[in-house]
Design a binder for this molecule. Structure first.
Ligand code: AMP
Length: 918
């Protein structure tokens, strides 16, 4: 009992008297032990709040098993239950003469779908845990009044039944239960990003529960709002959001209507804006503000713009009259109406003196630049009548003027035009001519500006302007007599009014006739016929000579540089271009043998062409596959229209086209060895340098021809060069935009358009500056391709890396065994400044010299001094600084060579460093 008293004292923990009346029996706990060992004791806590405790302290008897059970607690939606216990426990050692003493008790639970009432079966309960005190108290603590309250929390779950009972089993301890709190965790209702998330009870599993939020009133979903509820009852990871509707703004966690005087025109979480000047709203939730009286908004004005009104009238109108024209000038209106779009209209009125009588000007009056919509404050009015009164009304307008038609703001100025000379005579007719005279007539000037007093006619022999004759005529015709026969005369006429002379007509040319006396006529006839005969003979001779010259030169153009390339696109009808430049062939003259390649439009075949009275020749036949569109047909044939304009031994020759029957075909000379890149790869290292230079010379020569013609190829690459059985290289693949569409190497650039990056000059990539100089750059790449037997330029580097490296000044290194002069030529072709690149003509002459002097080809680029900015070439790096050969290969980015090195006896970087660059 003393223990009980002690416990009770602790619960009281005060100097207050203890005899407070007991509270009514709580129904939360049921003492399940017959003898009601768990004693319910009332008291107050340290704050003097009445509390109840359940105590047990049967330490004087053996085999204690005292149960205290709670009422049935409905589970609701909870799955996991938490039980928080507050209790005190007596230290067994501090109790003298105890028989049995424990310092723990057990916590149990029983899940049921209904209240078990007073039914109790111990075995039905499941043990949650044995509860021990962190701190137990002793007699001494009590004396010192030290509180040793323990708090323990246990989890139970997942629960599945409708409710449960908890039970406390005492097995012989001295314990007082001060409070039992049973709870579960949930993510509570919340509003996040204007979305409402309901109360959510987490599942018992470890995973998060995904919860969709719903937008608060007057808002709409921008991104579906979502959050996750954790097992600890915390909201995590808010995603998505809602936006307040128009007329509503975010205030706190709600969307609230804009206050009067404010508006919001867009949905979004921005605040309502104050109504712009000269506008208002009296209602809440406005999406725009209405304009005040006499203020307006133009259709295209944003709602955020102030309401405006028509401008006031223009000011300070000044007129400067020059005969029959006037320049009007004015100042901007004092009030622009709150807008910047003021324009001016000028109305012209012709007025008579006396009581003001005006009428609109007739159509002949012209305004410069125009009469309406003027943005400048000046206008010139021309073609007014001389000596006439005019009134000009200059009206200022802005975009809201049409909404206020009654308010017309204008300034007026009245002028009187001056006397003006007549305008020029424009129509002159030749009526009759004879050996010594000519009769002319003309029309009155368009604007006589008064009564024409007379006309002045001035005439003279051509190229004898200083000795002229002047005649005057009252009417509009005249006959000039005393002229020389068979002579050209020039004549000018001008009208005269009281205001003086008008401007002269343009010069009019005429000739007097040529007559022959009968005795002379025979002589003249003979002279004329012999002159004609001589001319005919000269023409004939010229044709014969020029033909023979053409044939001996084998040149179509005859005179070099005169013929230029004609873009077939400039023809309105492209089929006209085809027929102008390409010969139409009869399909029956063509025999197809086999397919040799694939073009964009169809197959490429080899075959034979037999034209009447000509030898049969081998040809390549490009066909246009069936089902083509009209555009495809045009594009396909455009290649023939281009090719047909060329005639050069290093340009693929067009034999003709078949367009009148199907399939549509382009027939060209046959190139036995196909395209150059494949051909070189097939014959790797099999040619002498002279043979390679010969091929390159041919390509350069073909390109010189094209550049002389003004044709820019844009896609010069080894794959577009064809090789015949004599190793003659010819440039092919002509076309317009389609060439690049067709080329698998062409990639789209950031500026649009397809470009074969590796072959193209930087300026053509950067800003599509395609010129013969950019073709020269491509030629440099072809040089490199040829000397490396069809190696891919820049190997497997990406297009982006190529662009960057070239831009930074790096260039391809010399191919193996490449003569230094050829490498120098490549580097020259790759000059950044296109003006510094050699012309094709220079390349041809350099290559010619090399062919004539083959010893110059012996110095290879790798032994000669090399420039420092070689792409992928790191000869300046200290090779011994690498630990393994792999490192060095990696660092030099010579990965293509890595395989070649593996297995070779260069075991260390030191030995490698001692080898020559070759
Ligand atoms: P193209 O459409 O001009 O690129 O031609 C496709 C392929 O057909 C080429 O790569 C060549 O292999 C082949 N080819 C084109 N023209 C000729 C020709 N004149 N002689 C031999 N083969 C040709």
């Amino acid at each position: 009992f003393s223990l009980r008293a002690h416990l009770f004292c602790w619960v009281m923990n005060s100097s207050q008297p203890l005899q407070r009346p007991c509270l009514t029996q709580p129904r939360a706990f049921i003492n399940l032990t017959e003898s009601h060992i768990w004693e319910e004791i009332s008291g107050v806590d340290e704050h003097y709040t009445p509390i109840r405790t359940f105590q047990v302290c049967n330490v004087m008897e053996y085999s204690q098993n005292n149960w205290l059970r709670t009422n049935w607690i409905p589970r609701n939606s909870a799955q996991k239950i938490y039980v928080e216990l507050k209790f005190t426990l007596r230290d067994c050692n501090s109790i003298p003469m105890v028989l049995t003493c424990k310092e723990t008790f057990n916590l149990h639970y029983l899940e049921t779908d209904e209240d078990q009432g007073s039914k109790f079966r111990e075995h039905q309960f499941s043990k949650i845990d044995t509860i021990a005190a962190d701190e137990s108290f002793t007699q001494m603590d009590l004396g010192d009044r030290i509180l040793k309250l323990n708090t323990e929390v246990r989890e139970v779950g997942p629960m599945t039944k409708k409710g449960f009972h908890l039970a406390f089993q005492d097995v012989g301890a001295c314990v007082a239960l001060v409070s039992v709190r049973v709870y579960f965790k949930k993510c509570p209702f919340t509003v996040r990003n204007l979305a409402m998330f309901p109360d959510t009870v987490p599942t018992d599993s470890q995973s998060l529960v995904e919860v969709r939020g719903s937008c608060v009133n007057n808002s709409r979903e921008e991104d579906p709002p979502k959050m996750y509820c954790s097992t600890e009852g915390e909201w995590l990871v808010p995603i998505g959001k809602c936006l307040c509707n128009i007329g509503y703004e975010e205030r706190g966690v709600a969307c609230q209507a804009c206050r009067p005087g404010f508006y919001k025109a867009s949905s979004g979480n921005v605040e309502c804006s104050k109504c712009p000047p000269h506008s208002y709203t009296h209602q809440e939730g406005a999406v725009h503000c209405d304009c005040e009286k006499n203020y307006f908004r133009a259709e295209e004005d944003p709602v955020s713009m102030a309401c405006s009104r028509p401008p006031s009238a223009p000011r300070n109108v000044i007129s400067a009259i020059n005969e029959t024209s006037v320049i009007l000038d004015w100042s901007l209106p004092a009030d622009s109406g709150g807008r910047k779009d003021v324009t001016f209209n000028v109305v012209c009125k012709r007025c008579w003196p006396g009581p003001r009588q005006c009428e609109p000007c007739l159509g002949a009056v012209r305004f410069l630049p125009r009469a309406t919509g003027l943005t400048n404050t000046t206008v010139t009015v021309v073609d007014l009548l001389a000596h006439t009164n005019y009134t000009f009304e200059i009206e200022a307008q802005n975009r809201v003027s049409p909404q206020a038609p009654t308010i017309r703001q204008y300034a007026a100025v009245t002028i009187t035009t001056n006397q003006a000379a007549p305008s020029a005579v424009t129509v002159i007719r030749k009526d009759r001519t004879s050996r010594n005279s000519i009769s002319l007539s003309w029309m009155e000037p368009e604007r006589p500006n008064g009564i024409i007093l007379d006309y002045e006619v001035k005439y003279y022999e051509k190229e004898q302007e200083t000795s002229y004759t002047i005649l005057r005529s009252k009417g509009t015709n005249v006959t000039l007599n005393g002229l020389k026969p068979d002579t050209t005369y020039l004549l000018q006429i001008r009208a005269r009014t009281a205001a003086g002379y008008g401007s002269s007509s343009r010069k009019f040319e005429f000739e007097t006739t040529f007559s022959i006396s009968s005795e002379n006529s025979q002589v003249v006839l003979i002279a004329v016929s012999s002159a004609v005969a001589i001319i005919l003979l000269t023409v004939l001779l010229y044709i014969v000579i020029s033909r023979s010259v053409c044939q001996s030169k084998h040149s179509h153009t005859g005179l070099p540089g005169i013929k230029t390339y004609v873009d077939p696109h400039t023809y309105e009808d492209p089929s006209q271009a085809v027929h102008e430049f390409a010969k139409e062939l009869e399909a029956s003259c063509i025999a197809i043998d086999k397919v040799v390649g694939a073009g964009e439009f169809g197959e490429v075949c080899s075959g034979r062409l037999k034209l009447p009275s000509k030898k049969e020749i081998c040809v390549a036949i490009k066909t246009l596959k069936a089902g083509y569109t009209e555009k495809q047909r045009r594009d396909f044939l455009s290649e023939a229209s281009i090719m047909g304009q060329f005639d050069h031994p290093n340009i693929i020759r067009l034999e003709g086209v078949v367009t009148r029957s199907k399939p549509v075909m382009i027939v060209t000379e046959y190139m036995e060895n196909g395209s150059l890149d494949g051909f070189l790869r097939k014959h790797d290292a099999q040619f002498t340098v002279i043979q390679l230079v010969g091929m390159l010379r041919g390509i350069a020569s073909g390109m010189k021809y094209l550049s002389d013609m003004g044709y820019v190829h844009r896609d010069l690459a080894a794959r577009n060069i064809l090789v015949n059985s004599n190793l003659v290289c010819k440039v092919s693949d002509f076309g317009l935009s389609r060439v690049l569409e067709d080329d698998p190497e062409a990639a789209y650039t950031t500026r649009g358009g397809k470009i074969p990056i590796r072959w193209t000059a930087p300026e053509a990539i950067a800003y599509r500056k395609f010129t013969s100089a950019s073709d020269v750059w491509s030629y440099g790449i072809v040089l490199w391709e040829v000397m490396s037997y069809g190696e891919r330029p820049y190997w497997e580097m990406s297009n982006q890396d190529v662009i960057k490296a070239v831009d930074e000044g790096y260039r391809l290194p010399p191919p193996m065994e490449c003569p230094a002069t050829l490498y120098q030529l490549m580097l020259d072709c790759w000059q950044k400044d296109r003006n510094n690149r050699p012309k094709f003509e220079q390349s041809v002459s350099i290559l010619d010299k090399l062919i004539r002097n083959p010893s110059s080809l012996k110095i290879t680029a790798s032994t000669a001094s090399r420039p420092v900015n070689l792409l992928l070439d790191r000869t300046s790096t200290d090779i011994t600084s690498f630990h393994t050969m792999g490192d060095w290969l990696e660092s030099a980015r010579t990965l293509p060579c890595k395989d070649a090195f593996s297995g070779v006896s260069y075991s260390s970087c030191d030995t490698l460093a001692k080898t020559s660059a070759e």
